[in-house]
Design a protein around this ligand. Sequence first.
Ligand SMILES: CC(C)(COP(=O)(O)OP(=O)(O)OC[C@H]1O[C@@H](n2cnc3c(N)ncnc32)[C@H](O)[C@@H]1OP(=O)(O)O)[C@@H](O)C(=O)NCCC(=O)NCCS
Length: 151
Amino acid sequence: MQVQPATDADAAEIAATEAAAAASPWSRSAIEAFLDAPHAVALVARDGNEVVGHLLATAVADEGEVLTVAVRPAARRRGLARALLDAAEEAWRARGVRSAWLEVHERNGPARALYASLGWTEAGRRRAYYADGGDALVLERGLPPEGISRP
Ligand SMILES: CC(C)(COP(=O)(O)OP(=O)(O)OC[C@H]1O[C@@H](n2cnc3c(N)ncnc32)[C@H](O)[C@@H]1OP(=O)(O)O)[C@@H](O)C(=O)NCCC(=O)NCCS
C-alpha cells in the first residue's frame, strides 16, 4: 500500500470509491475540477495499481479542511485512512497550515473512532446538518510546526 498525490488519471477510481463508500458521493466531474484547484490537497492510497482510498482536502492560508475521505469496503481496517490523514498532515505542514477541521456525521462511528485515534477533537456541532436530520460534529486538529503529536 502506498499513499501518493492524486492526479487527473485517478479521478474515475476516486469517483468509484465515492459511489461505494460515501453518503453524498462526489461525481467524477466534480473530482476532476477539484484536482485542478490551487488549494487542493488530494491523495490516493493504492493497493498495487488499484486506487482503493482517497482523501480530498483544502489548504487555504494557514487553515486546512478535510472534504472527503473514503476507503473501499474490501480494503478497510488496514490503516489506509490513517495513512491518508497522516499524509495530509504532512502536506498541510509543508504548505504552512497550522490547524485543520472537518465535519463528521454524529452517527458515523468508524469515522469518529478514526479521527479520535488521530487526535482530532470536537469543536462544535451543526444541528440537523445532514439530509437524514443528523447533526454534524465539527472536529479540529492543531498542527504545531514541530511535528506530529498524538494523544
Ligand atoms: C471511515 C473510513 C474512511 C475508515 O477507513 P479505514 O481505512 O478502514 O480506517 P483505518 O484502517 O485507517 O482505521 C484507523 C482507525 O480508525 C478506527 N476505525 C476505523 N474503522 C473503524 C470501525 N469500523 N469501527 C471502529 N473503529 C474504526 C480504529 O481506531 C482504527 O484503528 P485500528 O484498526 O488499529 O483499530 C472508512 O470506514 C470509510 O470509507 N467509510 C465510509 C466513508 C466515510 O464515512 N468517510 C468519513 C466521512 S467524515
